[in-house]
Design a protein around this ligand. Sequence first.
Ligand code: CTP
Length: 409
Amino acid sequence: MANVLKGKKVVLGITGSIAAYKACYLIRGLIKRGAEVQVVITPAGKEFITPITLSALTSKPVISDFFAQRDGTWHSHVDLGLWADIMLIAPATASTIAKMANGVADNMLVTTYLSAKAPVFVAPAMDLDMYAHPSTQKNLDILRSFGNHIIEPACGELASHLVGKGRMEEPENIILQLETYFAAQEGVLVGKKILITAGPTYEKIDPVRFIGNYSSGKMGYALADECASRGAQVILVTGPTQQKTHYPMFRCIHTESAQEMYEAATANFAESDAAILSAAVADYTPKKVAEKKMKREKTGEMTLDLRPTHDIAQQLGRMKKEQGDNKLLIGFALETDDEQHNAEEKMLRKNFDFIVLNSLNDKGAGFRCDTNKITIIDRGNRTDYPLKPKSEVAADIIDRLVEELKKKN
Ligand code: CTP
């Protein structure tokens, strides 16, 4: 990545969290990349780290009060807000997040935030209970609605898996997010919203069992990363996976069943410019979910009654037609036989602009691999690509998406 942080002016807000010591590593990393850092610290922040350390690292006096103690000079939060190319609040406590969300300007950091014109990044740091409290979550949502970027440890963990949540993201990942943000500012997909479905679905049988599939989500996450790196706003509707991503402009919606994925995808399609459906969605789900763990019958066989799920792709294909056919819809097909014919039929049935075919007959392609070998089929043409890492396959698919989007506009 080009050195996008060189010469950037960063206002670094530090608040009263034990993670305040990590601000030193942040400053070091930012300065190493050629950024200029001005620290603004809250009174509580100074309890955790001394301004002397911070001013030594930044080669600038640390700002905390409205007036400089030595000579009474007024510190202008407005000037500081205008000076900044980036405002980063790391660590951000629940209390500072609440003040930012509600405009409680009782310290220099929040007043600077209120007058900042630059993009704002917030890295929360608190214990899990405080983080999970609806009040904190609501305040974070308010900040998101202001367009602020909330930096949290990698998105992509299982929805129920809260371990590590609330912990501040590591300094090197925070810096990576700032870099990708600025790199993406120049990307061709700036201003485009792209909806992506990824991973498998789990269809519950009883409290401990489900029907699933081997999809790892790797292809979907690689596509999401690729879109984000070109400046798109990505809405990633993901099934349960172990994948992670460090891009800040992601909205990750965690789902489990085909029904949940259907609801999330259809709710977000209208505002999207394109949708890429890479999820391996269950076609059937148990008619009834047993409330208690099902016991093994001593004798005899067991039959599970299944009912069909919604076809997300088909529904989005329908919505696309209703909404004037000016969005792009891209599907995947994983076939074992009569590949081209099946893929073409799927593309037409689901109203895709093009379909990405991967064959289970190709070694190194499909589920649980880091590589993939694809063929892109559209209305009339077929392009074969060689076996490549999934990140490069994603770049090929997004190159094609960019071409098609240009034709639509
Ligand atoms: N798909 C979807 N929702 C479903 C099933 C499939 O969105 N309930 C999407 C997949 O994400 C993929 C495309 O539709 O982009 C094709 O998936 P596939 O499972 O091959 O399609 P099916 O219609 O289930 O076809 P088949 O007859 O092969 O089962």
